[in-house]
Ligand binder design. Structure first.
Ligand code: PNS
Length: 156
C-alpha cells in the first residue's frame, strides 16, 4: 500500500491546498493530511478548527485521512508507514524553502521521498496569510477558500 503524507499548517485550508490533495490522491492508496499542532508562528485557528475544516472539505474522499502531528515531520511519517511527503509548488518563489526542506528531510530519512505537485495556475498567487488578511479587512474570500472556511472566518 502506497501511503503519502501532505503536511502543513492549514491555517486555514485554501482551494490551493485542496487542488494539491485532489491531484496527489490519484497516485497513492492513502494520503494523510497532517496538520502541525504547534506551527512556528502562532496559528490564527486552533488545531481543532483547522482539522475540522479539512475534515469537512475532504469527507467525500475515502483515500484521505486528516491527522495532527508534533515534532519532526519525518518521525511522524515513519511512524505512519509513509513513503512520500507531498508538497505543493505555486511559484518559483516557493522553490528555495521547499528545496531546503526536502533535502533536510531526506538527510534525516533517506527512504522517504518528497514529491511536488504544481497547483493549478488559478491558485499560484493564493496563500492562507492573504486569505486571513483579506477576511480581516472585510474583503470577500469565497473565491479562494471552501464554504466552511468562509463561514469560520466570518464567525471569527
Ligand atoms: O504549511 P506550512 O507552514 O508551509 O508547513 C510547514 C511544515 C509544517 C510542513 C514544516 O514546518 C514542518 O514539517 N514542520 C515540522 C518540523 C520539522 O520536521 N522540521 C524540519 C523540516 S526541514
Amino acid at each position: 500500500m502506497k501511503v503519502a503524507i501532505y503536511p502543513g499548517s492549514f491555517d486555514p485550508v485554501t482551494n490551493g491546498h485542496l487542488d494539491v490533495i485532489k491531484r496527489a490522491q490519484k497516485f497513492f492508496d492513502k494520503v494523510i493530511v497532517a496538520v502541525i499542532a504547534n506551527p512556528e508562528k502562532d496559528s490564527y485557528f486552533s488545531l481543532e478548527d483547522r482539522m475540522s475544516m479539512l475534515k469537512e472539505c475532504l469527507k467525500d474522499m475515502p483515500k484521505i485521512e486528516v491527522d495532527a502531528f508534533n515534532g519532526l515531520l519525518v518521525d511522524f511519517a515513519k511512524k505512519m508507514g509513509v513513503s512520500a511527503i507531498i508538497r505543493g509548488l505555486r511559484a518559483v518563489s516557493d522553490f528555495d524553502y521547499e528545496f531546503q526542506m526536502a533535502i533536510t528531510n531526506r538527510k534525516m530519512k533517506p527512504d522517504i521521498e518528497t514529491v511536488f505537485f504544481m497547483t493549478d495556475y488559478k491558485y499560484s498567487y493564493l496563500s492562507s496569510s492573504f486569505v486571513k488578511q483579506i477576511a480581516h479587512l472585510g474583503g470577500d474570500v469565497k473565491e479562494f477558500v471552501p464554504p466552511v472556511v468562509v463561514r469560520k472566518l466570518k464567525e471569527k
